[in-house]
Design a binder for this molecule. Structure first.
Ligand code: HXC
Length: 260
């Protein structure tokens, strides 16, 4: 699949998506967001793909935010549309039935940090820098950042980062739970691929269902969440992969999952 602002590579079970606007440190304009939406749709419908990695092309930036040049002339209505568009695309990543790993290889600012937060698991290079600098530009985070950051790191820390626009490094991002792990820059992609491989060895439907159960359960009260979990557990029990996974255990062999 050919894009102007992205590079999509597929190998076996893995799709790696590079945000690729090197002249703007991979900043997201509306074209990039529409292309991201197309890429996610393609990955959703490709039954070979079990895991997706999102990273930035080049060695300086994951994504340095929404494209400021693009936002300069936006009217109120156009701004609302742009925020809606970004929120929709981030949500599609969050709702994708396949795990998405953000391999954060540099600046993850504003919309870039928001893109990383829409992914399921965040791995960072030691060189990564995180911030929500929006209030310094007279706007607020508009790709879901005001909602996902407090859910991830708690209200107090989220408000401090958002109100100050402070930049934090990868170690600090790790300390506050914004990223799962930090690696030397030259090891980041290998580590992301190792993680993808581990995930891909498990039953794909069960992994997708687990993602759904976690995502849905976090939005509701604990009793409703338990009932979502048991409903989805029931769905797992109707899969061929459940029979395969359990038979393989009993027969002391490795399972061969079909995603059915
Ligand atoms: C457009 C950007 C950009 C951005 C960098 N560039 N970030 N263009 N939008 N978000 C461009 C620069 O203008 C420059 O282009 C080139 O990329 C290289 O950047 P430099 O600034 O020269 O690099 P450096 O000095 O290393 O500084 C890197 C940086 C800085 C710290 C990342 O570029 C920066 O602060 N960028 C803005 C980050 C930001 O505020 N992001 C949040 C945006 S608001 P030229 O042509 O000069 O070479 C947002 C809102 C989301 O994301 C929600 C919307 C609804």
């Amino acid at each position: 699949m050919e894009f102007n602002t992205l590079i999509l590579e597929k190998e076996e079970y893995l799709a790696t998506l590079y945000i690729n606007r090197p002249k703007a440190l991979n900043a997201l304009n509306s074209e990039a967001l529409f292309e991201l939406e197309t890429a996610v749709r393609d990955i959703r419908s490709d039954s070979n793909i079990k895991v997706m990695i999102i990273t930035g092309a080049g060695d300086k930036a994951f994504v340095a935010g929404a494209d400021i040049t693009f936002m300069v002339p936006l009217t109120s209505d156009e701004g609302r549309f742009f925020s809606d568009l970004g929120e929709r695309v981030m949500r599609q990543i969050e709702l994708l039935e396949k795990p998405v790993i953000a391999a954060i290889n540099g600046f993850a600012l504003g919309g870039g940090c928001e893109l990383a937060m829409a992914c399921d698991i965040r791995l960072a290079s030691e060189t990564a820098v995180f911030a929500l600098p929006e209030v310094g530009l007279g706007i607020i985070p508009g790709f879901g950042g005001t909602q996902r950051l407090p859910r991830l790191i708690g209200e107090g820390r989220a408000k401090e980062l958002t109100f100050t626009a402070n930049k934090i490094n990868a170690q600090e991002a790790f300390r506050i739970g914004l990223v799962n792990n930090v690696y030397p820059p030259d090891q980041l992609m290998d580590e992301a691929k190792n993680l993808a491989k581990k995930i891909a060895a498990n039953a794909p439907l069960a992994v997708g269902y687990a993602k759904h159960a976690i995502n849905k359960g976090l939005q509701v009260d604990i009793d409703t969440a338990m009932s979502i979990e048991s409903d989805i557990f029931g769905l797992c029990c109707a899969t061929i992969d459940k029979i395969e996974g359990m038979s393989a255990f009993v027969e002391k062999r490795k399972p061969k999952f079909e995603g059915k």
